[in-house]
Design a protein around this ligand. Structure first.
Ligand code: ADP
Ligand code: ZN
Length: 519
């Protein structure tokens, strides 16, 4: 049939054709079946429930954790002539009551609700009296305890299925890693639902990682390739957000800070300026970004390690939604790894969670240090096979030069050993380079046989060696989180000369992409 869904797609949304899996998903849900949709940010998830809601009788109930996102979506839908509304804490009683009346009168196609509101006995009984087309559970990864967006109320959404077993449910997320997928299916009782997994590749995003040296200067050089363009710079702490934003403003860049410590009004103003104006750079903690739909974000820069590779993929996924070239750039150093390890070890989480977080951090460090195509590494961590090197990441564009670092690695490892495996990289490097400072004398490390055996490399080169040794498992950072280095089982092989160590040469890389300057 020249089917109704295609007709609506063109008539209502003004799109010529479905994208990727959209057509199959829409058909599946419209027919009354459950679905679990995994699609990258910008892939077109909203349509997958909006269209079935129009095609089925009754109102589609959309559970969404983000108030700002709800409002934007509802506004956009109304402009298209769709009878949409939202219910959340920002509405006054009278407005909320009139929306409820519309729902009961069958005058709504789509109703967005915050989970905590949906779950109130009052609202559930209201739904009993309404005709429901479907339930859409947006940002479904919020049900995952291990994710960074965990929302307790999401756990209770199983009530929807129990109370209305015949109403189709569609859960959607851009979180790609397989364990989270399994957890979503279990927690939402969607094991039987058909899964629609789209490719998570974002071909227009160019990935690059540089080794941290002087972060602000490196960021400045990177931003020089993005003059006048909108982008997001992520930092780990509020303090660093403030500092970085101020430094960028000093450089004449239209930068604004965003973090949970700012009052709501300032945050809203900064977000609005970023969305509406051209060329605003937001410097933010990860508090910023979920649900931000700005198509022309040209870059996402990380000045600190993100929390996990999936987190990184989501954060960088905010760049280039319009399909035009965009950069995902990260500036990373061993200190970040040590800091994140400390945060894991010193947290109150249970052992199971800590183990999981350590594994996530390891995957992230491996991504940073890889000499392979970064896209291949990223996608394979999401269980997706990318057949050939992508040609659009730093490692593809400028393959790393390697050097035989076996001797340097032996020196490094034996120096860690001789100094008692109780010190961090900075101190061990001082010993290797034969420095004469108070700390060295205090511990008698000027008398070690390894004192001064590494003067052929400068401190920066040694930092690179240590970072890569940690990343490749030839050294480990202590679990207590003080940053001290210890040998591993694999170290022995190197020390006994049984293993060659090839490391990446740290040539000062061009940061970012080369662009013709704009007039
Ligand atoms: P997601 O929720 O997966 O991040 P959205 O639903 O916000 O993605 O869609 C991303 C963008 O793609 C939006 O601007 C949307 O209008 C557009 N879009 C979605 N489906 C189509 C389509 N079939 N054809 C053209 N544009 C589409
Ligand atoms: Zn590549």
């Amino acid at each position: 049939m020249p089917d109704a869904s295609l007709h609506q797609l063109r008539q209502v949304f003004g799109f010529e054709a479905f994208r990727g899996e959209q057509a199959a998903i829409v058909a599946h849900v419209t027919a009354g079946n459950d679905a679990l949709v995994l699609m990258p940010t910008g892939g077109g998830k909203s349509l997958c429930y909006q269209l079935p809601a129009l095609l089925r009788e009754g109102c589609g109930i959309v559970v969404s954790p983000l108030i700002a996102l709800m409002q934007d979506q509802v506004e956009a839908l109304r402009l298209l002539g769709v009878r949409a509304a939202f219910l959340n804490s920002t509405l006054d009683g009278a407005t909320a009551a009139s929306i409820e009346q519309e729902l009961l009168a069958g005058e709504l196609d789509l109703l967005y609700v915050a989970p905590e509101r949906l779950l109130t006995p009052r609202f559930l009984s209201l739904l009993d009296r309404a005709r429901i087309a479907l339930f859409a559970i947006d940002e479904a990864h919020c049900v995952s305890q291990w994710g960074h967006d965990f929302r307790r109320e999401y756990r209770e959404l199983t009530v929807l299925h129990e109370r209305w077993p015949d109403v189709p449910r569609i859960a959607l997320t851009a979180t790609a890693d397989p364990p989270t997928q399994v957890e979503i299916a279990e927690r939402l009782q969607l094991e039987e639902a058909r899964r629609f997994v789209s490719s998570f590749d974002r071909p227009n995003i160019r990935y690059a990682v540089v080794q941290k040296d002087n972060a602000i200067r490196q960021l400045r050089d990177f931003l020089a390739g993005h003059a006048g363009e909108a982008g997001i710079v992520y930092c780990l702490s509020r303090r660093k957000v403030e500092k970085t934003a101020a430094a960028l403003v000093d450089l004449g860049i239209d930068a604004l800070p965003y973090h949970a410590g700012l009052d709501a009004e300032t945050r809203a103003t900064h977000q609005r300026r970023f969305l509406r104006e051209d060329g605003v750079v937001i410097v933010a903690t990860i508090a910023f970004g979920m649900g931000i739909d700005k198509p022309d974000v040209r870059f996402v820069a990380h000045l600190d390690l993100p929390k996990s590779l999936e987190g990184y993929y989501q954060e960088t996924g905010r760049a280039g939604r319009d399909g035009e070239p965009a950069d995902a750039w990260m500036c990373q150093g061993l200190g970040d790894v040590v800091l994140l390890r400390q945060m894991i070890e010193q947290s109150d989480s249970g052992e199971e969670r800590k183990r999981l977080e350590r594994r996530k951090l390891d995957a992230l460090v491996a991504y940073c240090e890889t000499m392979r195509c970064r896209r291949q590494v990223l996608l394979s961590s999401f269980g997706e096979d990318y057949p050939r090197p992508c040609g659009n990441c730093d490692n593809c564009l400028e393959p790393a030069e390697t050097w035989d670092a076996t001797v340097a690695a032996q020196k490094a490892l034996s120096c860690v050993y001789r100094s008692g495996q109780r010190f961090g990289a900075a101190h061990v490097i001082d010993v290797l380079r034969g420095s004469d400072n108070e700390r060295i004398r205090q511990f008698g490390h000027d008398r070690l046989s390894t004192h001064g055996i590494g003067s052929e490399l400068d401190a920066r080169a040694w930092r690179s060696v240590f970072r890569q040794l940690v990343a490749s498992g030839l050294l480990e950072v202590d679990a207590e989180g003080y940053g001290s280095l210890r040998l591993t089982d694999a170290s022995r092989e190197v020390l006994t000369g049984g293993r060659q160590v090839m490391l990446r040469k740290e040539a000062p890389r061009r940061s970012g992409r080369e662009r013709p300057s704009r007039g």
